[in-house]
Design a protein around this ligand. Structure first.
Ligand code: PLP
Length: 445
């Protein structure tokens, strides 16, 4: 009955509608730690943290208590008309303490897509305000993902998110993504970095140096297939943006909050972007919230420009929602004082060792990992790196096999498997995951 109702009424994100109706859904009922239970009572080890967001694991009661307290005391406070809430202000101050030093102001959104959308709007406003209104062009990476809002989906470098939606992409451009395993230039890390830097220079020169507003990128391309650029790449892109005089936005929606080891991926390379977006791990998925951080230069440019007396017309009813802010504050406490960030760093080498061992599997072309984020690229031929024929529908088949083996990960269209275990993962859970994963892959041989 539930599955029937789902088929008839619920539109699921990012599915083929008719295929999805036939396939149905696994209806989840409860979660504890890294484990989920579905309505039929089956237990599943979630190695993807929901949608790479439940970094603290399920069932953390202190977060539930923080949300309940806030809901009883003040369930809603607008940020409009000079109102605010204690928790939202505390959260803003705490985050500014923790994020890269270049970032001094924060706008709270409901998730990642609208944080990206807010970035595009504020950047446009900023350049209009400082007398450079011709800077209209935005550049991002092929295979990058920046959400599915009407504006931001144009920057997403995955065609399914803008094809057929008529997203107006006249000012949105892409350069190739650094993809060491399939690099057309060389597998030398420095050559891959140099290639990205020169692609950005070429694109900016083609569009006109004074016509480009910003470059957006993820530190690791998540939804594009967990593609990990060489170390030093992010810093090189920041330097290139500085040299070119364009703004640099780092999208840490997946990589933020301990996913790659440090609190932010920017921290690993001393990167100080002009803007940064986060979501997911900010509340660990317990409540919806995202954030856009910006430098004081951008904030002041907007504040003090020729429109200084105008209202900056960007906002949402639920921006800085107090319940989500209370959740985020408690989630931050669990990462830092509660030791979850440290636990993620402590178990990451076990994850890396297991992945290294999996590389020998006949179907595995490459395992790539940083911290608690990994991609396993399956290939039909290890020598030639040939991809599987799409007609084999491997992701779909693997999804079913994984369910039968009681594990959850994400299978992308081009046979790349994504893993993002919660930071509370234990050694025995890695053992379970990799034993079952190997069984799943063996069944495809
Ligand atoms: N940016 C990145 C890097 C993401 O991975 C995502 C979502 O996966 C988004 C933006 C969009 O976030 P949301 O789904 O919360 O709108």
């Amino acid at each position: 009955r539930l599955l029937q109702l789902d088929r008839e009424h619920l539109i699921h994100p990012v599915v083929n509608f008719r295929a999805h109706e036939k396939k149905g859904v696994t209806v989840l009922k409860s979660g504890k730690g890294a484990w989920l239970t579905d309505i039929d009572g089956n237990r599943l080890l979630d190695a993807f943290s929901g949608l790479w967001c439940v970094n603290i694991g399920y069932g953390q009661t202190s977060v539930v208590e923080a949300a309940t307290r806030q809901m009883s005391e003040l369930p809603y406070a607008t940020g409009y008309f000079s109102f605010g809430s204690e928790v939202a202000i505390q959260l803003a101050a705490k985050l500014i303490e923790l994020t890269p030093r270049s970032l001094e102001h924060v706008y709270f959104s409901l998730g990642g897509s609208d944080a990206i959308d807010a970035a595009i709007r504020y950047i446009t406003y900023y350049f209009n305000a400082i007398g450079q209104p011709q800077r209209k062009h935005f550049i991002a990476l092929e295979r990058g993902y920046h959400g599915s809002s009407s504006n931001g989906s144009g920057l997403t470098g995955l065609p399914a998110f803008h094809d057929n939606f008529d997203v107006p992409r006249v000012n949105q451009h892409h350069i190739p993504c650094p993809y060491p395993y399939r690099s057309p230039v060389s597998d030398d890390p420095q050559a891959i970095i140099d290639q990205s830097v020169s692609s950005l220079h070429e694109k900016v020169n083609e569009l006109g140096k004074d016509q480009v507003a910003a470059f957006f990128c993820e530190p690791i391309m998540g939804s594009g297939g967990v593609i990990v650029p060489p170390k030093g790449w992010l810093k090189a892109m920041q330097n290139a943006c500085n040299d070119l005089g364009i703004l640099f936005l780092v999208d840490e929606v997946i990589t933020g909050f301990g996913r790659t080891g440090p609190l932010f991926a920017c921290d690993a390379e001393g990167v100080e972007p002009d803007l940064m977006t986060v979501a997911k791990g900010l509340t660990s998925g317990y409540s919806p919230m995202g954030a856009l951080f910006m430098s004081d230069e951008i904030y002041s440019g907007i504040a003090d420009g020729p429109n200084a007396s105008a209202v900056v017309g960007h906002g949402q009813t639920y921006s800085a929602h107090p319940v989500s802010a209370a959740v985020a504050l408690e989630v931050l406490r669990l990462y830092i004082e509660g030791g979850l960030l440290a636990n993620g760093q402590a178990v990451a080498p076990i994850f890396a060792q297991r992945l290294e061992a999996l590389s020998a599997h006949p179907l595995v072309g490459e395992c790539r990992v940083r911290g608690m984020l990994a991609g396993v690229e399956l290939v039909a031929n290890k020598e030639t790196k040939a991809r599987f024929d799409m007609a084999l529908n491997l992701p779909e088949r693997l999804g079913r096999i994984a369910y039968d083996n009681q594990i959850v990960f994400r299978a992308f269209a081009d046979s790349i498997l994504g893993f993002a275990p919660a930071l509370c993962f234990e050694e025995s859970e890695f053992e379970f995951l990799f034993d079952r994963l190997t069984l799943s892959l063996d069944s495809l041989l």
